[in-house]
Ligand binder design. Sequence first.
Ligand code: NAD
Length: 408
Amino acid sequence: MAASTSMQVMSVKPPFQSQPQNNIKKPVIIRCCSSSSSTTAAKKSYNITLLPGDGIGPEVISVAKNVLNLAGSIEGIEFKFNEKLMGGAALDATGVPLPEETLTAAKQSDAVLLGAIGGYKWDKNEKHLKPETGLLQLREGLEVFANLRPASVLPQLVDASTLKKEVAEGVDLMVVRELTGGIYFGKPRGFGTNENGEEIGFNTEVYAAYEIDRIARIAFETARKRSGKLCSVDKANVLEASMFWRKRVMAIAEEYPDVELSHMYVDNAAMQLVRNPKQFDTIVTNNIFGDILSDEASMITGSIGMLPSASLGASGPGLFEPIHGSAPDIAGQDKANPLATILSAAMLLKYGLGEVKVAERIELAVLDTLNRGFRTGDIYSAGNKLVGCKEIGEEVLKSVDTKTPASV
Ligand SMILES: NC(=O)c1ccc[n+]([C@@H]2O[C@H](COP(=O)([O-])OP(=O)(O)OC[C@H]3O[C@@H](n4cnc5c(N)ncnc54)[C@H](O)[C@@H]3O)[C@@H](O)[C@H]2O)c1
């Protein structure tokens, strides 16, 4: 039956398409870790769209905004914030999860910082009226095709990992996931019947060269700014789309002779991530493998409240958000961990604006706050000081003010 299904799908014409054709010639401007670092002499100004969203979103965004303001003022950078409705909050106020006004503001800004969206109240809405639909529309509207998710096991939180201490200790990797192509968008897709009259469901894994080339360049640039090691994950022993992926990644590698490229099949990568995650530095992979591997990698760190992410396009503003959701179970109780959002703000500075020094100041402040023993409930362990969202935010501000990164 599998064979007959595949025959049916293969016979569909015209050629598979996963992206609008007008994207093909778009130039790729790599903005990862740009070298335009800040100087205290020149006052710079950036427009940031803030999308607090739902649940704990407004709580964590409020803390991150304060951190950005203080870190920026120390480094001679001004942030102009434009706060807009998104998700359930937008549904309640305007009837849609992503109002036109929000998308327009986001597109016109230098970067977008999102809290989280969703909640019980809107769970039973029709698909087009779900908060999550607004998030997909935002990603599509901003044309962000590269999702960067770091997974670092901080020495202070190594016990939070489900892996043995000696395996988890020192893990510091980045998953670069293709976000807008592959099987999640490829056509043909749908339901039907095969020649035996049986019901089938089918999807298509398809990548055009330009889609692979642009994500590969983002990944090589990212690896170059880290330890110079890039592992491309595919299933080139079985899938034609993966064979093509590997061919394009190898072609782009010629532009980056200083980056050491390796390849791994996805099943082995899933295994190696829990066996010996320290072997990885930067991983690049397609949409579906990245979806799974980035969740697996992030869980090595053991704490969802600590994990930031960045979504980047070829040009235009990037979208920066913690990987956690709106946590309706703790919303409004001052229990949320804002560190993932603060670290997302640091990614915004580093990968979105190229303001590496301010980003480092914020990252150092988070580490310093943890070193001083402050913990929200999700990362608390005996011997530390249990604090709420606002208080840990205040502590981060103190560290931002007093700690100077080595590069400054
Ligand atoms: N990008 C997004 O905005 C996003 C992502 C995932 C889920 N969601 C939405 O969020 C809602 C809740 O989803 P869920 O419960 O599956 O996932 P969730 O991430 O919101 O929560 C999972 C668990 O982790 C805890 N948690 C999450 N973030 C935390 C933080 N910063 N500090 C402390 N604890 C934290 C929660 O209390 C909960 O116990 C749903 O409506 C879902 O659709 C949104």
